[in-house]
Unconditional design. Structure first.
Length: 218
């Protein structure tokens, strides 16, 4: 499809909207940062290597590549309480941070101090968004905690919106891919260890138990 045909489709689409406000809103290209996180409690007697392998396999179902590490634990006996991820901006107070904020780009990264498994993955969606995902697995007395965090810069509107919508229809939206990746990690751990898994907190809030109710993905 050439540029002129694409512009024509956009104008036809825009013409179906009511009022100048709707037209201007549809043609305005917007960019926003979307953040997700989920924290799960995983109660199992399975050894650390088994849980890490299951988590890695679950992550691998939805990505092409990832950087994974298994730091040496800083304990001889698992602690009473699990660790938790924290968000930091390594460029806070710098000109780069100010420039990124002005362009709607988040420079926050998730830190996983004390985790026994850390994985970072990125997915590029042409003309749509760049999704960055971090998974952290902590071991503690009663089992494990899995923290997963993702952020992406999403573009909407403008002359490329039709192309983005077509791409979303074929490969799924960034939101759908994010949620599926999170849940497939949990599902794989449950399948390999028969663990009791509880959702503790997250944003946006998740309803129900989708890692139990369905295993067909989003």
């Amino acid at each position: 499809m050439n540029k002129f045909k694409l512009i024509g489709l956009v104008l036809i689409f825009a013409g179906t909207l009511n009022g100048c406000g709707s037209l201007n809103n549809a043609l305005a290209e917007k960019s926003k940062t979307v953040e997700y996180y989920r924290i799960f409690d995983i109660q199992t007697d399975s050894d650390r290597a088994t849980v890490i392998n299951a988590a890695s396999n679950g992550l691998g179902q939805n990505i092409n590549s990832a950087n994974e590490s298994t730091p040496i634990p800083n304990f001889s006996t698992p602690p009473e309480q699990s660790g938790r991820f924290f968000l930091v901006n390594p460029f806070a107070g710098s000109n780069m941070a100010s420039l990124a904020a002005a362009n709607g780009v988040s420079l926050k990264v998730a830190t996983c101090d004390g985790a026994v498994w850390v994985a970072q993955a990125t997915r590029e969606i042409e003309n749509s968004s760049t999704l960055k995902l971090t998974s952290c697995l902590w071991q503690y007395k009663n089992g494990y905690h899995l923290d997963v965090y993702a952020s992406f810069n999403k573009k909407t509107g403008g002359i490329m919106q039709i192309s983005r919508s077509m791409s979303d229809a074929m490969v799924g939206t960034s939101e759908e891919w994010t949620e599926k990746t999170f849940l497939d990690i949990v599902r794989e751990i449950r399948k390999e260890t028969d663990a009791k898994i509880t959702y503790l907190e997250g944003y946006p809030k998740m309803h129900g138990t989708p890692w139990l109710d369905a295993e067909d993905g989003v």
